[in-house]
Design a protein around this ligand. Structure first.
Ligand SMILES: Cc1cc2nc3c(=O)[nH]c(=O)nc-3n(C[C@H](O)[C@H](O)[C@H](O)COP(=O)(O)OP(=O)(O)OC[C@H]3O[C@@H](n4cnc5c(N)ncnc54)[C@H](O)[C@@H]3O)c2cc1C
Length: 543
């Protein structure tokens, strides 16, 4: 227990969420000797990998990098089987870690945090929970409230008129039934062709009698090149993982399985550029976006890569009319998350798979029998919404958070999220976000970013404790400067040119601002270290 706990305090810290972030945060705060409680809506650990059980769900950062890097013992005790692990394996890994560290005893499952109010008199957070089954809730009083609620955890089902009248079954990829779904013999409508749609459609098509895919935006997708890992690769990775992680923390994306080319496209001979595009495309993964230093900044350079990508994609589909519709022309390559697929495009050559252009013929409503797009009704037995998430802010604002002087975070963020370093927001003392908006988060290998944030928060709390300080909170000036900086950096990139979920564009009415920090994990880490080294410059520390 912290030396300075006050009357009425139940815990030093409450952590909301038990995915990769919440689990590691719990482990680290225990290490400081703090009393901690984690509240998690699901009935198990895992977060993303607990909820996203749709067929084909797998990571798109290679397994050997998409794992914790903080413990040699943990990584040595686990063997990944595939280059990109499937959801069940990742969830098993998370349970292995939770059991190894004995985390579950401090986690309250099947419970959601509904609201969190900062009480200025006691300087504690009053955190109100509700049991998922409606059987009640409680109020926890904690000094620190840490939001490990995830960037992609607020699943979004579009508000289609008539959904309640639909006679068949419907599912969201981000909230998939635990017992699985068998589509054998069924007519299935899939709405959405982002990463989850791209991963699930080939598998749904391998079972269903008829699949109709409603595509509003064609996305860039490249073959993942998934394969079984060789035992010797797995063994070799164990010898270097901890050093590799240190290296990953210095890179832009927190990934080291490929190198970013530091040359500008104009400094490369056209034939070399073309060869590099080809090589990187065929490596699978995000290497393609490391072809030249300016691929994400210079539209003419990006156009070369996008043209190359489209020609590769087109070659995979025999029906050239359908192929043409599957090609993205409305955004630069990489500014929406690049999809990695296994036989996605080829699936559209199958006789029982139909592509509907939902941009030309928008889905207007769901009927009792199926999906109405344009003036046509498509009869289906099941609907899969692969429609993504209210990204980055959805789960944070899913908790009604009130800070000093009754200010609601939802009001403060009405025109877009405002944070200092993505870690905290002025007026909300002792409230932390892990991989919050304004940090590299979804533009990186998220486990690297999670560890970066958790380590920083842990060091910060240790510092407060040591000096008997009770609170920390960003100053408005530091926050304003950081928000301006994030916008400035985003403006030097092509990212704002797409209607992406990075911009909040998939949620009607959500303000469109670029939410993650595009400066890279390495540069961002230097800033974190600088701030901590200057005794938390930009934060007000209170006794
Ligand atoms: C299908 C899919 C594939 C992905 N693949 C990759 C990948 O390959 N590489 C990569 O870097 N990232 C990937 N991501 C991003 C992924 O979300 C992160 O890598 C990582 O799992 C996030 O961990 P987290 O703990 O921050 O959040 P999450 O895993 O989202 O966990 C947050 C938890 O908080 C809980 N929660 C939220 N609100 C509340 C509340 N009010 N009360 C109680 N509990 C609450 C949720 O139930 C959830 O369990 C993927 C995401 C998806 C959806």
């Amino acid at each position: 227990m912290m030396a300075s706990s006050v009357k009425g305090q139940d815990f030093d810290a409450v952590i909301v969420g038990a995915g990769f972030a919440g689990m590691y945060m719990l482990h680290k705060l225990r290490g400081l000797g703090l009393s901690v409680r984690v509240i998690e809506t699901g009935d198990g650990v895992g977060g993303t990998w607990y909820w996203n059980r749709y067929p084909g769900a797998r990571c798109d950062v290679e397994s050997l990098e998409y794992q914790y890097g903080f413990s040699d013992e943990i990584q040595k005790g686990w063997n990944w089987s595939e280059r990109y692990s499937a959801q069940p394996e990742i969830l098993r890994y998370q349970n292995y870690v939770a059991d190894k560290l004995d985390l579950k005893r401090d986690i309250t499952f099947s419970t959601r945090v509904a609201s969190a109010n900062y009480d200025e008199a006691s300087a504690l957070w009053d955190i109100n929970t509700q049991k998922v089954d409606g059987s009640g809730g409680e109020t926890l009083h904690a000094r620190f409230c840490i939001m490990a609620t995830g960037c992609l955890s607020a699943a979004r089902v579009p508000n289609f008129e008539g959904l309640e009248d639909f006679k068949g079954d419907w599912y969201h990829t981000g909230n998939w039934p635990h017992e699985g779904v068998d589509f054998t013999g069924k007519r299935v409508g899939v709405i959405g062709t982002g990463s989850s749609g791209v991963q699930s459609i080939p598998i749904i098509a391998s079972q269903a009698k008829q699949v109709t895919v409603f595509q509003r935006t064609a996305n860039f997708t490249l073959p993942a090149g998934n394969r079984k890992l060789k035992p010797e690769e797995v063994t070799a990775s164990k010898a270097t993982l901890l050093d590799d992680r240190k290296h990953a923390l210095t890179t832009a994306g927190g990934i080291i399985c490929f190198e970013y080319n530091e040359a500008l496209a104009s400094e490369m001979a056209p034939a070399d550029l073309q060869k590099d595009l080809e090589d990187r495309w065929h490596m699978g993964g995000f290497a393609f976006l490391g072809t030249s230093a300016d691929i994400m900044a210079d539209k003419s350079v990006n156009d070369v890569a996008a043209n190359f990508a489209r020609s590769e994609m087109k070659a995979r589909v025999k029906n050239k009319d359908v192929a043409e519709q599957l090609l993205p022309y409305d955004h630069p390559v990489g500014v929406k998350r690049l999809c990695l697929d296994t036989e996605y495009l080829e699936t559209f050559d199958k006789d029982h798979v139909e592509l509907v252009n939902a941009r030309e013929h928008p889905v207007t409503r769901i009927s009792a029998k199926g999906i109405v797009s344009g003036d046509k009704e498509y009869e289906v037995d099941a609907i899969v919404f692969a429609t993504g998430f209210d990204a980055m802010t959805g789960a944070i604002l899913g908790v009604d958070i009130t800070g000093r002087r009754g200010e609601r975070l939802a009001d403060k963020w009405a025109a877009g999220p405002r944070t200092y370093l993505g870690l905290g927001s002025a007026g909300f003392p002792n409230l932390f976000f892990i991989t919050g908006p304004g940090s590299p988060s979804v533009l990186s290998n998220m486990i690297v970013s999670i560890e970066q944030h958790v380590d920083w928060i842990t060091e910060c709390l240790a510092r407060l404790n040591k000096s008997n300080l009770r609170s920390i909170e960003p100053t408005r000036d530091a926050e304003d400067e950081w928000v301006a900086h994030v916008n400035e950096v985003a403006a030097t990139t092509l990212y704002p040119q797409a209607n992406s979920w990075y911009m909040g564009a998939n949620i009607p009415g959500k303000p469109q601002v670029f939410m993650p920090y595009p400066g890279g994990v390495g540069v961002y880490g230097e800033k974190l270290a600088e701030v901590a080294g200057a005794d938390y410059a930009g934060f007000a520390l209170g006794a």
